[in-house]
Design a protein around this ligand. Structure first.
Ligand code: GRF
Length: 197
């Protein structure tokens, strides 16, 4: 059984979409994988209640209680590795996890650490992607699922989806349109990766 650990910091709507996909028969028949735990660096992350309600293990690891980024990441890795099965490394899925990870953490999970970013990378890495796309007059926007490397919002692209930018769009309207696609594409990209690894 391949264990998946999802890291969140807030709403967790992508996490919820992945959990729901993983519960469907088609996923269960195709993939020997399950969502083993949801870890948040914030105790008030809304997604925690959703996961707990489905009987998924939840962990809160408050980054403010650690002296350094390295100390937090070491503790985070220890929590993740708790779900390691012999011969079957954990897949680590970042879903709105608002922490920059240390190079040591990233290399430990190289090839099995994924992120979703709300832009068509390599355009608009970092924050405020939707407003920046509007400011640039982009006619399309979208999302990217990618492998995580030490460089923020870089790494091999696994999946992308495009949405139109509509006249009069606000950043919030565009974000909502992109998020709808995120919920479809992220579970699919994870399933594809698991099938081919
Ligand atoms: C999503 O837009 C995701 O692309 C970005 O953060 C947001 C998280 O939303 N990395 P949610 O917590 O999954 O609802």
């Amino acid at each position: 059984m391949r264990n998946i650990v999802i890291l969140i910091s807030g709403t967790g709507s992508n996490m919820a979409a992945i959990v729901k996909a993983a519960q469907r028969d088609a996923w269960r028949e195709k993939l020997d994988a399950r969502i083993a735990a949801v870890i948040s660096n914030r105790a008030d992350a809304k997604g925690l209640a959703f996961a707990a309600g489905l009987g998924i293990a939840t962990v809160v690891l408050d980054h403010k209680l650690f002296d350094s980024r390295e100390a937090f990441d070491t503790a985070l890795a220890a929590q993740i590795d708790h779900y390691e099965e012999p011969g079957s490394p954990v897949l680590v899925v970042l879903a709105g996890f608002m922490r920059i990870l240390t190079p040591g953490f990233v290399s430990r999970y190289a090839g099995r650490l994924l992120n979703i970013h709300p832009s068509l990378l390599p355009a608009f890495p970092g924050l405020h992607t939707h407003q920046r796309a509007l400011d640039e007059g982009c006619k399309v926007a979208g999302l990217t699922v990618h492998q995580v490397t030490a460089e923020l919002d870089h790494g091999a692209i696994l999946a992308q989806a495009v949405v139109p930018v509509l006249p009069g769009d606000t950043a919030d309207a565009l974000a909502a349109r992109v998020l709808t696609q995120e919920h479809l594409i992220y579970p699919r990209a994870i399933s594809d990766l698991l099938q081919h690894s």
